[in-house]
Write a protein that binds this ligand. Structure first.
Ligand SMILES: [Fe+2]
Ligand SMILES: [Fe+2]
Length: 285
């Protein structure tokens, strides 16, 4: 008798931005290849809490495991959302919704992927940004923001993301980095990791941004060596809306965003989504 082992895949997607009907339709049509597939959702599902809940509930009904990290958009408090929570309380509210849905978040024990390419610790991270990916010629957050305002490239977070009880997004980021560094240091040192964060852990991916001033809202220098220090088999991120695979220090970085319809229409549809993280796909370069 022949026995078949269902070969599940660890898949990833981000920047679903389901306020756009075309993106919503894409999510409605997204299905796993097998019951053993896991799906990482690396932030920017939407801005309105009900939209985030809709998308995560739908994906959870299809994938055996769904892992979510917040993007900056989930942390906005837009006028059209009846949920008026801000900052940490908004994040915790989303975590509670995820718990009810059975979706894993950065507040849960890190799961271990035991399928093909495993065992690997999958670590969903919430680290935000701290204005240290500064424009050339600047040496402080104030100078970086001044350049942004002068050139007119200012992230909407400055108006819609209220970081309370922290005095600033960078203070929130520093607290998250410190807390997360300890958790990662306590992981099984024998297992490699898949590190998942809405923002890239290193600055390099931001060098291709059309507006370099935007990089200050894209991560923190505090995580520059985490892919090496914490044995990453792969790093999953989004936020840039530049879907691609790149390598730093021999570690695979996967930008897995759908992005806005006006962006993905260039390629006649979201590119290479959902992305296969494990087992590691064959390289064709
Ligand atoms: Fe996004
Ligand atoms: Fe984002």
């Amino acid at each position: 008798m022949t026995t078949f082992r269902v070969a599940g895949k660890l898949l990833a997607i981000s920047d679903l931005h389901v306020a756009y009907p075309e993106n919503r339709q894409f999510i409605e049509e997204l299905r796993p290849e097998s019951d053993a597939d896991w799906l990482i959702v690396a932030g920017d599902v939407g801005e309105v809490v009900a939209d985030v809940e809709w998308a995560l509930a739908l994906l959870r009904s299809r994938f055996s495991t769904v892992i979510w990290v917040p993007g900056n958009h989930e942390l906005w408090t837009p006028k059209k959302d009846p949920v008026r929570l801000t900052g940490e309380r908004r994040y915790q509210h989303l975590v509670e919704i995820c718990r009810r849905l059975g979706v894993l978040t950065p507040e849960d024990p890190y799961p271990v992927w035991e399928g093909a390419g495993g065992p690997v610790t999958v670590a969903p991270l919430f680290l935000l940004y701290d204005y240290t990916f500064r424009p050339a010629g600047t040496s402080s957050k104030e100078e970086a923001l001044a350049v942004a305002h002068r050139t007119g490239v200012v992230c909407a977070d400055e108006y819609l993301l209220v970081p309370d009880p922290y005095p600033s997004a960078d203070a929130w980021s520093r607290a998250r980095v410190e807390h997360t560094r300890e958790r990662l240091a306590a992981c099984d040192p024998k297992l490699p990791t898949v590190l998942v964060n809405h923002f890239p852990l290193v600055r390099d991916p931001t060098y291709v941004l059309r507006y370099p001033e935007f990089a200050q809202w894209c991560g923190t220098e505090n995580t520059a060596d985490w892919h090496r220090r914490f044995r990453a088999a792969a790093v999953v991120y989004g936020h840039l809306h530049i879907p691609r695979t790149t390598w730093y220090d021999g570690v695979r970085f996967e930008e897995v965003s759908i992005g806005y319809p006006r962006e993905w229409r260039r390629w006649n549809g979201p590119r290479n989504i959902p992305r296969q993280i494990l087992p590691e796909p064959e390289r064709h370069d």
